[in-house]
Design a protein around this ligand. Structure first.
Ligand code: ZN
Length: 417
């Protein structure tokens, strides 16, 4: 509570007003600049937002043993330190780049044909509701609706809203989007809001931990062979005949393909982290003053090519693609990959604690998994910081090893390398 109080009182009113005003103008400027592929038009706005964000960080103060960037990171990942994140991201980045290169240069790319069956939105919606119901989402205390940008909102005790969007030509977009938001929703429904609504104890730990929940259901459950063993017959029944000619192995392989793509939000489970780590390195360098805003496109393109081995064709598909920086979300990006890392580390422990989890999942039984998450994570609200929770649960500090074991162990057999 002290922390929340300080956060709200350390910023002068004028700065808060300026951040809101310039932030909304800059966001409009970003929209236009992205559309026109015109970085110079956005550059002065980004300068302003960076400057205001640094002022905000100065007001919060550099945390002990940290750097200015950490004061911004702390809004999303309380107690997080860029130095500690870097210590995990650096080996992760190197190993992931090597893995992706090996898969794509030497492996056999799985066919994505099963994902292209045309399925109308109503049928997808029926199946999506069926899946989240099986995962344990309480429909009496929440619902699923349609929006342009999928999200989850834990509005109040007993009211958790999920949204998704349907594309006729690729049903897995909505399926995985729905499972992702459902993971957030299950966390929200598991927080002790009945007794502690509005208090830290009734609230989630950090965006990284929140994201660990969504990614776990989306990727560790939803992209597993066991999931498809259970789900495919139901999918075929509810979504029509287009899927009939495909088997479990086809769906499993198709949903685990890897691609060198430019856009973060369209990236696969493996390369996604490379997109995130690129942004973390760049925003940290900008806050430190090591990278000038007008050098952003060059730095972006150079690092992108190092990581993914392809040249960025234009800024629209490069440094202009994300909205975050335009309204001052600096320190937010690393939480996406922290989520994947935490999910992987928890997942190994869960499989030790529930040795027959795989066979449960292949029967559509997710109760033991959910109750594990409830007891070890959800029920504690903010009792622990993310790093502390990780140590308490797994006995170890966050590491790149579990996520790499997960990705190597799954993707190498799929690609045959
Ligand atoms: Zn999420």
């Amino acid at each position: 509570m002290r922390r929340a109080y300080d956060k709200k009182t350390k910023l002068p009113t004028a700065l808060v007003a300026e951040l809101a005003k310039v932030g909304s103008q800059a966001q409009e400027a970003w929209k236009e600049a992205r559309e026109n592929n015109d970085f110079p038009a956005f550059e002065p706005w980004l300068e302003k937002m960076l400057d205001l964000s640094k002022q905000k960080a100065e007001c919060y103060g550099v945390p002990e043993g940290g750097e200015l960037y950490d004061a911004l990171l702390d809004d999303y990942e309380p107690g997080g330190r860029a130095r500690e994140i870097e210590a995990v991201f650096t080996p992760l980045g190197e190993r992931l780049s090597a893995l992706v290169k090996d898969l794509l240069d030497n492996g056999t790319t799985p066919s994505k044909e099963p994902l292209t069956c045309k399925i109308d939105a109503t049928k997808q919606n029926t199946f999506g509701n069926f899946v989240i119901n099986a995962l344990g989402f309480d429909m009496q205390a929440g619902r699923l609706d349609v929006t342009t940008h999928p999200f989850c909102s834990g509005i109040a005790p007993g009211d958790t809203r999920l949204t998704t969007r349907y594309r006729d030509e690729k049903f897995t977009d909505a399926l995985y989007g729905t499972m992702h938001e459902c993971g957030h929703g299950l966390y929200e429904q598991g927080l002790p809001k009945g007794d502690h609504f509005g208090e830290p104890l009734g609230d989630s730990i950090s965006l990284g931990i929140h994201e660990s929940q969504s990614r776990m259901w989306e990727n560790f459950v939803g992209r597993s062979r066991e999931f498809w063993e259970w789900a495919l017959p139901h999918a075929q029944e509810m979504m029509g005949s287009g899927l009939d000619r495909f088997g479990v192995e086809d769906l499993y392989r198709a949903t685990n393909s890897v691609e060198r793509s430019y856009i973060r939000v369209e990236a696969d489970e493996a390369t996604y982290n490379l997109h995130v780590m690129l942004r973390f390195g760049i925003e940290r360098a900008m806050v430190r003053g090591d990278l000038a805003v007008n050098d952003l496109p060059g730095a972006w393109n150079e690092r992108f090519e190092q990581m993914l081995g392809v040249k960025v064709p234009d800024d629209r598909r490069g440094c202009l693609q994300d909205v975050h920086w335009s309204f001052g979300l600096l320190g937010y990006f690393p939480t996406y990959t922290l989520g994947n890392l935490y999910a992987a580390q928890f997942w190994e422990k869960i499989n030790e604690d529930i040795p027959d989890l795989s066979s449960q999942m292949s029967k559509g039984e997710f109760g033991a998994l959910l109750s594990w998450l409830r007891t070890h994570i959800h029920e504690h609200g903010q009792r622990y910081r993310a790093g502390e929770l990780c140590e308490r649960i797994t006995g170890k500090a966050l590491s790149a090893d579990p996520l790499m074991r997960h990705l190597e162990g799954k993707l190498r057999p799929v690609y045959g390398v």
